[in-house]
Design a protein around this ligand. Structure first.
Ligand code: ATP
Ligand code: MG
Length: 500
């Protein structure tokens, strides 16, 4: 993985320069470490020693020139004068060097303090964002979960429309939170690419197809074209690539009324098993003037001439997409003209599949389904929040699941002992016995239910949380606010018999 670029500018230091800065840095660090007395003594010795050597050299050269014997009195006078002059130079030179060193080390101390402060502030920001995300996700799970529960009941048309508006607003709020989290993770270098062998053409065609209905509403034609020799499959981070492409196509659809949008896909082999994939999103929409294009990839930037209220969005999409594209060894560039249209080119690198790495083993195929067969499956929902337990049960019970509820780890263990359980949905953050401790108690219980499949249901959506849960011994992970499709995907993966 290449190092993420946190700013638009590329500040590189040439190797030779870095080398000399390294020496200077080592010298200054040593000068800062030794006491001022020793430093002064060393400087005096260096200056005095080198002036003496210079004087002797000078005298040795000067004497033969004037035909004088080195032991003549004039020669001694020359040596003494040179030594005297060098001492005269040494005193102000030492004072000056001292003052300079003190100044440099003062500046270096300030820089180090500023760096420590910035690192601490950045860590505090990341922690704040993680906490904020967790705190907002928990109540949003109640809001969006109950919307899904209500949606499955009998409603009048106007009630269903009101419900749709609540869902759309909730989704917008969640995508804003996700974008802010993404940006802060990228800037802190805390995003890892998840590379796996994935369908390329089908996956990207599906992403474009998601926007077909919206394009049609605008009277715009949306076309996807894959170049003839594009590989069917590639090793790449399909989630992040779809996120970038999704934003480009969503922008094109937003800013094009009654025109055309063409998405083209091609891939060029780069040798050593690498391929560069190019996606071009060309639209005949409102376009942008050069001033707007210059600010395009900055966070929260939106072109001044776009009536934001009409189009929606936060101006984070392109900032995130470009950073992700660069992490994937590519970039996003744009050419555009106001009133004519825009053309975004998104490049990223992937690995071509060899027969060995191309096996199906590393492919996680989605098994999402809104209609998994949960008939008679007994699910224990462990969550300290009554609302969240009701959401999970409200979503799963209509599909035939027999749901039981526990408000904490101890209650869950008591229930497991008393009734047959096929799967546990486990909240990770609970007062007292948390998710990890509950899982540990279940796995080490030595009971028939010790290996019951567990799916984490958590408001912690930070990078690496899924991996952490799976490493702990869970069979799945779903983040709050929970989506029925995503939850069913995890349940059906943990319980293969539940597939429809
Ligand atoms: N295809 C396009 N045509 C015209 N303007 C565009 C196009 N794509 C982006 N822009 C301009 O760039 C701005 C930033 O786009 P970006 O995707 O970063 O944010 P957004 O779409 O406003 O919000 P978000 O993607 O975060 O929901 C847009 O608001 C718009 O002004
Ligand atoms: Mg956007």
């Amino acid at each position: 993985m290449t190092t993420p670029q946190t700013s638009g500018q590329d500040r590189t230091i040439r190797p030779g320069r870095r080398h000399s800065i390294g020496w200077l840095d080592a010298f200054l660090t040593m000068a800062e470490r030794i006491s001022p007395f020793h430093l002064n003594a060393a400087l005096v010795a260096i200056i005095f020693g080198s002036s003496l050597i210079l004087s002797l050299l000078f005298a040795a050269l000067f004497a033969p020139l004037v035909g004088m014997h080195p032991e003549a009195p004039l020669f001694e006078i020359v040596v003494l004068t040179a030594a005297f002059v060098s001492v005269i130079i040494a005193v102000p030179a030492v004072m000056y060097a001292n003052a300079l060193l003190r100044k440099i080390s003062g500046v270096r101390r300030q820089l180090r303090d500023a760096l420590t402060e910035a690192t601490l502030a950045n860590r505090a920001k990341s922690e704040f964002l993680a906490n904020m995300s967790h705190e907002i996700r928990t109540p949003m799970n109640g809001v969006l979960g109950m919307v899904q529960v209500l949606d499955a009941t009998a409603l009048t048309d106007s009630q269903r429309e009101s419900l749709r508006l609540i869902r759309v607003s909730g989704d917008m709020l969640m995508s804003l939170i996700d974008d802010i989290l993404d940006l802060s993770r990228i800037e802190a270098g805390r995003i890892d690419l998840r590379l796996s062998a994935n369908a390329l053409i089908r996956s990207l065609a599906d992403t474009v197809a998601l926007f077909q209905a919206r394009a049609e509403e605008n009277g715009t034609s949306l076309t996807f074209i894959a170049a003839p020799d594009t590989p069917e499959r590639l090793v790449y981070d399909s989630v992040r690539v779809r996120q970038c492409l999704g934003n480009l196509v969503s922008n094109a659809v937003k800013f094009t009324q009654g025109g055309t949008i063409t998405v083209t896909l091609s891939a060029l082999p780069q040798g050593a098993g690498q391929a560069e994939v190019t996606l071009t999103v060309q639209d005949t929409g409102i376009g942008m003037d050069p001033a707007a294009q210059r600010k395009l990839f900055e966070a929260f930037a939106q072109a001044e001439n776009t009536p934001v209220r009409d189009y929606g969005g936060t101006g984070l999409g392109l900032a995130i997409s470009r950073r992700l594209a660069r992490m994937m060894g590519g970039d996003i560039t744009v050419t555009s003209a106001a009133g004519v249209g825009s053309c975004f080119v998104f490049r990223f690198r992937g690995k071509t599949l060899t027969p060995v790495s191309g096996g199906a083993a590393d492919v996680v195929e989605p098994v999402a389904s809104q209609t998994a067969n949960l008939q008679g499956i007994s699910i224990l929902v462990v969550d300290d929040s009554t609302v969240n337990r009701r959401v999970a049960c409200g979503l799963l019970a209509p599909l035939g699941a027999l749901c039981h509820e526990a408000s904490g780890g101890e209650e869950a263990l008591a229930l497991l002992a008393g009734c047959q359980t096929d799967l546990i949905l486990l909240d990770m953050q609970m007062p007292g016995m948390d998710g990890a401790a509950t899982l540990q108690a279940i796995r080490t219980s030595g009971t028939p239910w010790a290996q019951v499949p567990v799916v984490a249901l958590t408001a912690n959506a930070m990078e690496g949380e899924r991996r952490r849960c799976l490493q702990m011994g869970m069979q799945g992970y779903a983040s709050k606010p929970v989506r029925l499709a995503a939850l069913l995907e995890e349940i059906t993966r943990a319980l293969p018999d539940a597939r429809p």
